[in-house]
Design a protein around this ligand. Structure first.
Ligand code: FAD
Length: 417
C-alpha cells in the first residue's frame, strides 16, 4: 500500500464495471496512480456483462461508433487486436469515418484488456446500496460488506431505469408484454412461429425487429408512430471533441434545466444509422415486417397473448409484445435516487448531480467538491450528448485521472510532512 493510504480498505472504489468503470480502472492502473490492491470495482453483474446483455437483447451485430472508440486507453488497440487475431473482416465499412467493430470483436478485445489488467481479481461481486461522503473518506455500503475508500467513482450507467408507454403500465407483471432492457427478456425464448409486436422507431426497435423477423415463421409488426430519421451517430461529431462546444453547456448553471434541455436538443435520440435502416427497408420490402404507424391505445392480456387496439381502430393479437421505448432518466436509477434523498451532495433539475465541470467531482451542499466523481450518462450535463458513449468514458478518464493525480500527490506530501 502507498503511504497515502492509511485507514481505508481501498484507495479508489469504482461502482459499476461497464465500459466506463472498466476504462477508468485501466486508466488509473496504466498511469500508476493506484496499485491493483488499492483499487476495487463493485459490480454484481460481472465486468461488461450488463452491456453485453443489452447488445444481445436488441440483436445488435456491430457497433455504431468507430473502432477507435474502445475500452483501452490506446485508440488503435482494437484495430491491432483484430490484425493480430486475423479478424480484420470484423471491422465493418462505413460511409463516414473509421470502420466499426462487430459486437463480438468489441467484447473479445475488451475482455482481453480486462485480462491484461486482471480486473476480475479486483471486482467485488456485490451491489452498492448507499454511499456516504464523510469528508476525509467515502463509505460504500454494499450487499456484502461496507468499504471505506478514499475516492469513489460512480459509473452505473442508467441503473436499470427504462420507460414503458402509458398503456403498458397495467400489464407490467404479465408475461406477453416486456421491455427490451428488462434483464429477464430473452430474445431466444421467442417462439419460432410467434406473432411479435415491437414498439418503437429508433435503432433498438428496428434492430430488434429485423433480428426477430429473420425466422420466416414469425409475424412481426413494428409500431413506429413517427417517420424514421437516419443519422450515422447520436449527435454532431463536434460534441466528440469535448472542447469549445461543451462551453455552450457550461455557460448555464450546473445541473440546470437549461443544460438538460440543451443535451436533449443536440442528441439525435430515436435515430437509426444507415446500415440498420437499409436492413429495415429490405425486411419491409420482403414483407418480413409489417409497419404500423398508428399508436397503441389499449392493450389487454388474454390467455397468454396480448390484444392491442390502435388509435385508428386496427387490432392485433400477439404472443409477445416488446417495448423498445428507451431508457428512463439517468438520475432515476436506484442508487442515484437513494443518494438524492439521503446524502449531503447537491442535486439540481430532475435530480441531476451538481458536478464540477473540470473534474466531474460531485459538489457538496456546502459548495466544496466531494470525494465522489461521476462518469457515464449521468455526467451528460458536463460532457454533452456523447457522455454515455465509449468516447465519453475516455474524456471522463482524462478529467478524473487528471484531478486524482494531483490530489494523490498532495495527500502523499501531507503524509511525508
Ligand atoms: C444497445 C446499445 C448499443 C450501444 N452502442 C454504442 C456504440 O456503438 N458506441 C458507443 O460509443 N456507445 C454505444 N452505446 C452507449 C454506451 O457505450 C453503453 O450504454 C455503455 O454500456 C455505457 O457504459 P456504462 O459503463 O456507463 O454503463 P453499463 O454498461 O450499463 O454499466 C454499468 C454497470 O454498473 C453496474 N451497476 C449499476 N448499479 C450498480 C450498483 N448499485 N452497484 C454496483 N454496480 C452497479 C451494472 O451492473 C453495470 O455493469 C450503446 C448502448 C446500448 C444500450
Amino acid at each position: 500500500m502507498r503511504e497515502t493510504d492509511t485507514d481505508t480498505d481501498s484507495l479508489v472504489t469504482i461502482v459499476g464495471g461497464g465500459v466506463h468503470g472498466v476504462h477508468l480502472a485501466v486508466r488509473l492502473l496504466q498511469a500508476d496512480l493506484v496499485e491493483p490492491c488499492e483499487l476495487c470495482i463493485v459490480d454484481p453483474s460481472g465486468l461488461l456483462e450488463s452491456f453485453r446483455r443489452t447488445c444481445r437483447q436488441c440483436g445488435m451485430a456491430e457497433f455504431r461508433s468507430p473502432f477507435v472508440h474502445n475500452v483501452a486507453p490506446d485508440s488503435f488497440s482494437l484495430r491491432d487486436f483484430a490484425r493480430e487475431h486475423g479478424r480484420q473482416d470484423e471491422l465493418c465499412p462505413t460511409t463516414v469515418g473509421a470502420e466499426r467493430p462487430t459486437v463480438s470483436l468489441f467484447f473479445d478485445h475488451a475482455e482481453w484488456i480486462c485480462d491484461r489488467y486482471d480486473l476480475e481479481s479486483i471486482r467485488m461481486d456485490a451491489r452498492v446500496t448507499t454511499i456516504t461522503d464523510t469528508g476525509r473518506n467515502v463509505e460504500v455500503d454494499t450487499t456484502r460488506d461496507c468499504i471505506t475508500t478514499r475516492w469513489c467513482l460512480l459509473a452505473v450507467g442508467h441503473g436499470r431505469s427504462f420507460t414503458y408507454p402509458e398503456w403498458a403500465t397495467n400489464l407490467l407483471s404479465s408475461n406477453p408484454v416486456t421491455h427490451v432492457w428488462d434483464p429477464t427478456f430473452d430474445p431466444d425464448a421467442i417462439g419460432e412461429t410467434a406473432s411479435v409486436g415491437i414498439v418503437g422507431g429508433g435503432i433498438t426497435a428496428t434492430q430488434l425487429a429485423t433480428t426477430v423477423a429473420q425466422l420466416p415463421g414469425r409475424d412481426v409488426v413494428l409500431f413506429a408512430r413517427s417517420p424514421f430519421r437516419v443519422e450515422t451517430l447520436e449527435a454532431n461529431t463536434d460534441w466528440m471533441h469535448f472542447s469549445g462546444v461543451t462551453e455552450k453547456l457550461h455557460a448555464h448553471p450546473p445541473a440546470s434545466r437549461a443544460r438538460e434541455e440543451l443535451v436533449t436538443e443536440v442528441r439525435y435520440d430515436g435515430t437509426i444509422p444507415p446500415y440498420v435502416f437499409r436492413r429495415l427497408q429490405r425486411a419491409l420490402e420482403q414483407g418480413r415486417i409489417e409497419l404500423e404507424r398508428s399508436e397503441i391505445a389499449v392493450a389487454t392480456e388474454a390467455g397468454g397473448t396480448v390484444v392491442t387496439t390502435c388509435q385508428d381502430g386496427s387490432a392485433y393479437c400477439f404472443d409477445d409484445l416488446i417495448c423498445a421505448t428507451g431508457f428512463g432518466s439517468p438520475y432515476d436509477g436506484e442508487l442515484f435516487r437513494h443518494l438524492r434523498q439521503q446524502s449531503t451532495l447537491q442535486t439540481g433539475y430532475r435530480g441531476a448531480p451538481v458536478l464540477d465541470d473540470d473534474t466531474l467531482r460531485w459538489m457538496r451542499q456546502n459548495g466544496t467538491p466531494s470525494r465522489i466523481a461521476v462518469s457515464g450518462v449521468a455526467a451528460q450535463q458536463v460532457l454533452g450528448p456523447f457522455a454515455r458513449n465509449v468516447i465519453g468514458a475516455k474524456r471522463a478518464g482524462t478529467l478524473i485521472t487528471g484531478f486524482l493525480e494531483s490530489e494523490l500527490d498532495a495527500e502523499k506530501q501531507e503524509v511525508e510532512l
